[in-house]
Design a protein around this ligand. Sequence first.
Ligand SMILES: N[C@@H](CCC(=O)N[C@@H](CS)C(=O)NCC(=O)O)C(=O)O
Length: 232
Amino acid sequence: MLDTTSFPIMAKWPPQHPDRIQLYSFPTPNGVKASIMLEETGLPYEAHRVTLADADVKSPEFLSLNPNNKIPAILDPDGPDGAPLTLFESGAILLYLAEKSGKLLGQSVADRHQITQWVMFQMGGIGPMFGQLGYFHKFAGKDIEDPRPRERYMTEAKRLLNVMNTQLDGQDWVAGDFSVADIAIAPWLRGLDFYGVKEAIGWDGYTNVTAYLDRFLERPAVQKGLNTPARD
Ligand SMILES: N[C@@H](CCC(=O)N[C@@H](CS)C(=O)NCC(=O)O)C(=O)O
């Protein structure tokens, strides 16, 4: 039985089921990767809402799990060798849960590396670039007179969408069968809507990508994960 007193995070977000994977998250493109993965794999879990307010993500309790003060993070009471394991960084969480469940990481070692490659493509490319585009297009950065930052991220986001559009030509999912790579990437494509940038980026022209996102959003586990934990 897990000693809940040895994890400060459990004092602020008490578990009702300490035997299950504890998810600390908020329904943002990074946060929903973890909840969608948990829904897709069927691993038992309990979700805790950690808002992006300093009182949550910068609380000492949350920092005890992720010193980088960002959601999502997990605590698996039954990690490798039966010991508790804590993890942050959504890509690391996806790969861990895939390994633990034996699902969504392909059939062969080669598949696994191809899928990991596309997870990294999202973590190092789509996520940071789309995030910066959102900042300069919709949020505080839009008031900056110099057009270059917005242009730079717009150009890069379009380039990444072209890469995706080519990769998805003639296939339903980014790396063979549905995998953690799709769970990493698709929530960020959906995020372009939130940034109000779809028209400016020419979204409708990336027909393989738009069909891909529709396919992703039809999955029942995705629909559940997108709203877990509840926003309020
Ligand atoms: N590379 C991290 C990024 C996580 C991230 O940016 N989380 C945002 C929400 S989408 C956050 O928690 N922001 C709160 C803050 O920066 O204070 C991951 O993929 O897990």
